[in-house]
Write a protein of this length. Sequence first.
Length: 307
Amino acid sequence: MINEKVPILHIDHLQKRFGKFQALKNISFDIYPGEVFGFIGPNGAGKSTTIRTILGILRASGGQATIFGKDVFKNAVEIHKKIAYVPGDVYLWPNLTGGEIIDLLLKLSHDQHSVKTYQLIKEFQLDTTKKARTYSKGNRQKVALIAAFSSDADLYIFDEPTSGLDPLNEEIFQKEVLKLKAAGKAVLLSSHILSEVEKMCDRIGIIRDGKIVETGSLEQMRHLTRTLIKVQTRLPVPELSTLPGVHNLTVEKGNFLNLSVDSEQMETIMNYLVQKQIVSLQATPPTLEDLFMRYYDSTNGVSHDGK
């Protein structure tokens, strides 16, 4: 039985160098059973390098990474028996049909075609009789996802898995991930689709230039972002622009105001607005995208790690 208090994946100050270039700089995070961990960052931040190191494809230059308490590089063969992996660009055997490839992938992971497999094929609307060379990118992703969701793993690693899928199939993917979570499985989801991460993930790690810049639940991170407020007051608000925590204030005719407010100053600002007699108020809570853009605005460059 899996101990829920012991992480399935443990990464401690993981480093990876390619010659003089350091792609990963002290990456640390854990993933526990029944948890979906969102790993986000733009292309070049180090997401895929981290995942390839976790999979034992790359050997770390420093630090430690373990899955099920075992070193990911030294024990890769044993570890891979209980993990499922879907990359962002799936390459298949061109002369095999989709059905043959699903069965082969399941056999390689010591699983077999099941009722669950049939259900997934139907839901994803995949024609399994066609040869893989005729498949679009989206259909190649479906083959890998069906095989992964059909397998009985303890850790599922998805690296940009919905690339090429339409919105309906994205929803099916999200539903299946939540089923894994309910079954006590651990999921690492690397994605740049922030709405996808926000819907499914319990905790989030933001990577920038090979470093983790924030880790925590979205609720824990919200204090780092600003709430957008649209408000109308009966009285003018001449002092509002000078108050701490107020940003991007615009005042329109009739005392219609638009402003962003730092979360820690929200009570002070609301007390001030109440004194000015609020007529209408609309507050939009901060999103993951707000937090993400805090670290990746137009002035931030991209590193050289490819993805």
